[in-house]
Design a protein around this ligand. Structure first.
Ligand code: 9MR
Length: 474
């Protein structure tokens, strides 16, 4: 039986907080059923990596709307949480956890013991084996305890293998031998008995020497009664190279009695992207989603960043990128619709704006006053998303529109708009149509929106007017 997608006491406990804040999809595909809703109906979670600098604006809006699991991209790693021995810096990770709670998302903790992103006091400390063992146990215990009840899945040990299936020669293995893995898992279980404990690695998606090494380790840990609940398959793929035996490999691990999860999915390509590559990428995402959905114990899929603007790929692989489901302008790509379709959604983009040049606009705007405005706002502590729909309630078609309104107090700064230009001067906003949505037929509506930061107060706007004529507001 597949575990419930967003289950666990952590999320249930936070239902009250979640009710306080929600965010709305600020994009042309706002009307689509969010990925998280589709995933939950399929009994899996749909997650994304998220970094501290993505907790406002459009990143926050999309993440909170589309995904029901968050993995901090860097903020829970050793160098981030314990930069000085025994002194913890929980702030950045806590912020991500708070964001997840506010948006009713579960958290995947990443990670506790890894060869990389370690603080220098640890890597150059010349500790004895016993000291290093004790340092590791303390770190695992302290971090899991800090997030007890808030982290549903922990990547306890990350990337412990070489490509040939032998243990990676790193600080941990070199000094402590392979027993560090069981010891870390045991310490994590003691600190939070309800967290699901994982080993996580890359290039283990197909059956190969490395995944065989991992398989043998998990089998042996299970036989010894070491607490291990799951295996994470990072799934950093190259275009067109999703292993055809990924599902079979997930299943063989599941058959050992552990859950499996796709934890860091992306599909990189040589840039620039083109429609052929993006379609291949969509096919690759489809394959991965179907591989997970085809294995009962596959509990969820996490993308390693949902947008190309902040993906780790271009800085690590120069010349490559475009690896995620959203482009650098936060617009959904074919890969997004592939995920959506695999999860049972309609998988089709909304009506695309016409590509033909804009029709010449009349030099004098048509008379206004025949309009109805719907203003929807979703607000969190420092930002908000506004979605505005304007209906032509008059008897003449509108060709070219300017909507104005006022917000009496507080400080608001528009950071991003879609389907309109939105500018602000003092308390007055002005939104103008783009080339493709200037026409509003009689009885028809058009929608646009924007993200903004706010402080002080953020009252409901008043005085909506279309082309100078007052609108009714609902
Ligand atoms: O996305 C992370 C990036 O911001 C860091 O610079 C990088 C440093 O190693 O780590 C990235 O995340 C890695 C993850 O923690 C483990 N698997 C591979 C990921 C991509 O490098």
């Amino acid at each position: 039986m597949r575990r419930s997608a967003v289950g666990g006491s952590a999320v249930a406990m936070l239902a009250a907080a979640a009710a306080l804040v929600s965010v709305t999809m600020p994009s042309a595909h706002a009307a689509d059923t969010p990925l998280r809703t589709l995933a939950e109906a399929k009994g899996i979670y749909m997650g994304t990596a998220l970094m501290q600098n993505e907790l406002t604006g459009i990143s926050a809006s999309i993440a909170g709307t589309q995904f029901d699991s968050v993995t901090p991209g860097n903020e829970m790693k050793w160098e981030s949480v314990e930069p000085t021995r025994g002194t913890y810096n929980w702030g950045p990770a806590d912020q991500i956890v708070s964001f997840a709670q506010a948006n009713n998302m579960q958290v995947r903790g990443h990670n506790l013991v890894w060869h990389s992103q370690l603080p220098s006091w640890l890597t150059s400390g010349s500790f004895t084996n016993q000291q290093l063992h004790d340092i590791m146990i303390k770190h695992v215990t302290d971090e899991v305890t800090h997030f007890k009840g808030k982290v549903v899945h922990w990547d306890v040990v990350n990337e412990p293998f070489n490509e040939d299936g032998t243990f990676r020669s790193d600080l941990w293995y070199n000094q402590l031998g392979s027993s560090y893995i069981a010891d870390a898992l045991t310490a994590a279980r003691a600190a939070d008995p309800n967290a699901k404990l994982y080993i996580n690695d890359y290039n283990v998606e197909g059956e190969n020497a490395k995944s065989n090494g991992l398989y043998n380790l998990v089998k042996s840990l299970k036989q010894q009664g070491v607490p291990i609940d799951g295996v994470g398959f990072q799934a950093h793929f190259i275009l067109g190279q999703v292993p055809s035996d990924f599902k079979a490999n997930l299943q063989r691990f599941a058959d050992l009695g552990v859950d499996v999860a796709v934890t860091e999915l992306d599909v990189r390509m040589q840039t620039p992207a083109d429609s052929t590559k993006l379609q291949q990428q969509a096919n690759d995402y489809t394959a991965v989603m179907n591989d997970c959905l085809g294995v009962t114990r596959c509990v969820g899929v996490t993308v390693w960043g949902f947008n190309d603007a902040t993906s780790w790929v271009p800085s690590t692989f120069p010349g490559q990128g475009a690896a995620t489901p959203y482009d650098e302008n936060y617009q959904p790509k074919p890969a997004y619709y592939a995920i959506q379709a695999a999860l049972g959604g309609n998988g089709t983009p909304p009506t695309t704006p016409p590509t033909s040049p804009p029709t010449t606009q009349p030099s004098t705007p048509p008379p206004g006053g025949n309009c109805a405005v719907t203003y929807g706002v979703n607000q969190w502590n420092t930002g908000f998303t506004a979605n505005i729909t304007v209906k032509n309630t008059g008897s003449a078609p509108i060709s070219g529109w300017t909507l104005t309104w006022n917000q009496a107090s507080g400080t608001q700064t528009v950071t991003q708009a879609w389907n309109a230009t939105v500018t602000k001067s003092g308390t007055a906003y002005t939104a103008k149509n783009l080339s493709y949505n200037g026409a509003i037929a009689v009885g028809a509506s058009t929608s646009f929106g924007f993200n903004a930061d706010w402080s002080g107060s953020n009252p409901t706007p008043t005085g909506f007017a279309l082309n100078g004529g007052a609108c009714t507001v609902s």
